[in-house]
Design a protein around this ligand. Sequence first.
Ligand SMILES: Cc1cc2nc3c(=O)[nH]c(=O)nc-3n(C[C@H](O)[C@H](O)[C@H](O)COP(=O)(O)OP(=O)(O)OC[C@H]3O[C@@H](n4cnc5c(N)ncnc54)[C@H](O)[C@@H]3O)c2cc1C
Length: 456
Amino acid sequence: MNRNIFSELSHTLNNPNQLVLDFSDYNDYLRDATEQTGEPSALVFAETEREVQVIIAFCREHHIPIVPRGAGTGLSGGCVPVKGGLVLSTERMNKLEIYPEQKYAVCGPGVITKDLKDTAEQLGLTYPPDPASYDKCTLGGNIAECAGGLRCRKYGVTKDYVLGLRAVTADGRLLQTGIYNHNRGFALGDILIGSEGTLAIVTEITVSLIDTPPIGTTILAGFSSAGDAARTVSDITGAGIIPTIMEFIDADAVACSIEYEHSEGLQKGMAVLLFETSGTNTEYQTEQIQRYCHKNTCIMLQIEHDTAKADRLWQVRRNVSKAIKAMAKEKISEDVAVPNSKIAALVEFVAEMNRTSPLRINSFGHAGDGNIHVSFLSMTGTEEEKRLIKEGIVSLLEKTVALGGTLTGEHGIGTAKRDYLHLEFDPPTLDIMQRIKDVFDPAGILNPDKIFPSHQ
Ligand SMILES: Cc1cc2nc3c(=O)[nH]c(=O)nc-3n(C[C@H](O)[C@H](O)[C@H](O)COP(=O)(O)OP(=O)(O)OC[C@H]3O[C@@H](n4cnc5c(N)ncnc54)[C@H](O)[C@@H]3O)c2cc1C
């Protein structure tokens, strides 16, 4: 592509530094948190909704693909410019206004999730969705992926807090949903949430806030098998107990954490559950959790009542992603999710794959909502091991669907899962999704090659 055409665009922007054509200082913008990269022709930092409209009009006129981007922490290739084109970053659109009386916040898509949480916290309010990447990811990216997190079984995911959206469609029109439209008409916001930047660019988000809930105890329980830990989760949920957090880490992932940095009190070979109980019926929840941990023969149990002291128990969860990544030459993670009663079957399947494969394969995740991250690690990075990773992923996805689960609990389809969609969605459903895409983006310029299988 002749990059000179972008000079026409630069005249319409506020500052010259909004347009980047030389990527030597902007390498991060070629990728997300997966291993994938692309080669865009240009990067533009939009600062206003009007600029988003102008950029889209320009791209439409010149048939240039547009790849929306937040902070680039995505784990499914969603913001990677795999087909080149223009990367449209909304990270500078970071207006943040909180209305404490009405308990809502009006945010630009570039607001970092942690900034919204911290600002609300100062007013005694909370924005509950808490992806583990919350100190880096943006609300625009959270909307596009419908991000979940540690407390989502109890408090819900991103979509449960969206009151309204403003977004620019691929033909440059401004779309207003939810409270921006008096909550009338079709629930178009629900279609945009989780659409991974393929239908429109989100330019403003209004989210609801809740009163900051009190925090209960923190409990760390160790088990000699992943199955025992997972059955404890099913028992607790089956009994109607919903702790604020219920995280699972299998023995191999715990071993990675111990190898990476010493995690207090943990032994190799131990699978771990971490709980935070609700601050309102703490005593009852703590007792019941202990009871179900013992029923499933837990081999270690630590309870911390003081939230400041509880921090050390969370170390293993905090470092587990980095620890797993540090162990391998090549790592691919999948974020499958299964119904509560099937978690044990899933994590036992992963443990068995680990036992019988030359790869290292482990699992951890938000067990409260059955959302398990499975990592496939190659220590050598050889082509043969890369092939085994691909094979292992297909087995995992097939098993997940057979257990009544989904290919992606929270990270989205992007490019990572698009070729497996047929495992989960039947042809009529996929067809309707493709038709909705065509209505929003008839020219196919918005985040092309994401979500829909490449052969379609
Ligand atoms: C260590 C780690 C932990 C993580 N933990 C979690 C977790 O607990 N839960 C979870 O759900 N995810 C998690 N993630 C994944 C990731 O952080 C989320 O998907 C997050 O929502 C991505 O936000 P982002 O701003 O980085 O978006 P990006 O990666 O920049 O983009 C993600 C998608 O959003 C689209 N997009 C971005 N901005 C806009 C916009 N303004 N309009 C339209 N589309 C847009 C992009 O095109 C892309 O498809 C984790 C990632 C890492 C690296």
